[in-house]
Write a protein that binds this ligand. Structure first.
Ligand code: KE4
Length: 430
């Protein structure tokens, strides 16, 4: 494949944008080639600046569950743009989206819109601290909750991919209030709590980890966190920025039947436009300004254009209910990939929940950060390049998820299986 236009755009971009990208993981640094500059998206496909067409499994890192440029979403954005794009004043659209999310996720009694997942998680942590009067938070190694200072301690996603899970610039004062524990390991949580009795405001968790690759919760893990938080009066925060409306309409909390105290949302809720949100128990949410003393704000929070895209997306998901189809398509990929792994003899293992999949280049079972990082990232880089060369666009990192959309056809899936078979064998080539 010819990538020359992307290459020259990348050269140009690096003169005016740090690393040539506006988010590090897009830079393809861990897969050894220059990033593709994309020009068009339609359904399950994206095109790059050289006119190459790809079957897309990044889906803008999750938002494109309906596929790119879904007619209902495009129409909603177009109609709203003709009316107004932004007021910085309340609109009925924000009420409609809040009411829709509340009807889908019963643990959410009130919701506040923001413009990214990072804003949602940053705000949720501040709210939990304000509500409890406590300072420390517990997170899990390998989980990623955006780039807020409190979270860049053994963080996942791009921080893990680029080898900076603990970022410079995060002060000791901040870092001391973030306690890391091991995912799927309740005793490690109990140890942190007994060492910080009465000092922990919140436990924030990806109920299905998607930023160290996809790591499902083991039976009892989420219920155990719920029990601990009930016993210790700690705020349980489910970071469903990725899993919300993805693994089921009601997210991971709907799938597992565990009610968090607060939930953070992003990605799909905006249908591809910048929307984040956080919500939960009324008594906690009413601690927020202007009702309560915990300050939180945003110029473009609840932006009408973004609300229109989010409403069109969630209404379509609710009306069309693609989840059983997504399950069948994703299970097909997983089963065929497993056959390919077996016949290739390559050391690899898979995880999947719904339409979030991951192929790890390790033969260890992956249950947490320690086991995820045993993956052979060089093998992944070879696999990535081979898949790309065969017209399959997956996340440029071993520590991300592969997303299937409602737009992927059976033919797309079969082409992907064929490319996977060839790409696996390429990982042993020098
Ligand atoms: P944003 O600030 O990027 O909208 O959301 C942060 C965030 C919070 N919580 C979870 C569970 C997330 O997965 C994310 C962002 N996800 C990454 C990809 N795994 C975003 C991609 C990027 O950083 O460019």
């Amino acid at each position: 494949m010819n990538y020359s236009n992307s290459h020259s755009l990348f050269e140009r971009a690096r003169k005016s944008i740090p690393g040539g990208v506006n988010s590090p993981v897009r830079a393809f640094k861990s897969v050894g080639i220059d990033p593709l500059f994309l020009t068009r998206g339609e359904g399950a496909y994206v095109w790059d600046a050289d006119g190459n067409k790809f079957i897309d499994y990044v889906g803008s890192w999750g938002p494109m569950i309906l596929g790119h440029s879904h007619p209902k979403v495009v129409e909603a954005i177009r109609n709203q743009a003709l009316i107004a794009t932004s007021f910085g004043a309340p609109t009925e659209l924000e009420i409609e989206l809040a009411e829709l999310v509340i009807s889908i996720m019963p643990s959410i009694e009130m919701l506040r819109m923001v413009s990214s997942g990072t804003e949602a998680t940053m705000s949720a942590i501040r709210l939990a601290r304000g509500y409890t009067g406590r300072e420390k938070i517990i997170k899990f190694e390998g989980c990623y909750h955006g780039h807020g200072d409190s979270f860049l301690i053994k963080a996942g996603s791009g921080a893990l991919t680029l080898g900076a899970p603990n970022s410079p610039g995060v002060t000791e004062g901040t870092a001391k209030d973030t306690l890391n524990t091991r995912y799927n390991d309740l005793p490690s949580v109990e140890n942190r709590i007994s060492a910080n009795e009465g000092g922990i405001a919140a436990i924030i968790v990806e109920p299905i980890a998607g930023n160290m690759g996809v790591v499902p919760p083991q039976p009892g893990f989420l219920a155990g966190l719920r029990q601990i938080c009930d016993r210790e009066n700690i705020v349980l925060i489910f970071d469903e920025v990725m899993t919300g409306f993805r693994v089921s309409l009601g997210g991971a909390q709907g799938l597992y039947g565990i009610r968090p105290d607060l939930t953070t949302l992003g990605k799909i809720i905006g249908g591809g436009l910048p929307v984040g949100a956080f919500g939960g128990k009324r008594e906690i949410m009413e601690m927020l300004s202007p009702v309560g003393p915990v300050y939180q704000a945003g110029t473009l929070s609840g932006n009408p254009l973004a609300m229109a895209a989010g409403l069109a997306t969630l209404r379509t998901l609710k009306d069309e209910n693609p989840y059983s189809e997504l399950e069948k398509k994703s299970a097909f990929l997983e089963t065929c990939f497993a056959d390919n792994i077996r016949s290739s003899g390559i050391k690899a293992t898979q995880t999947r929940i719904g339409s979030m999949l991951c192929l790890f280049f390790t033969d260890n079972p992956v249950t947490d950060y320690e086991s995820a990082v045993t993956s052979d990232t060089n093998a992944f880089a070879k696999y990535f390049r081979a898949m790309l060369g065969d017209g399959i666009y997956i996340a440029p990192s071993q520590f991300e998820a592969m997303f299937v959309s409602a737009a992927h056809s059976q033919e797309d899936l079969e082409r992907t299986v064929g490319a996977n078979r060839k790409a696996l064998s390429s990982t042993t080539a020098n």
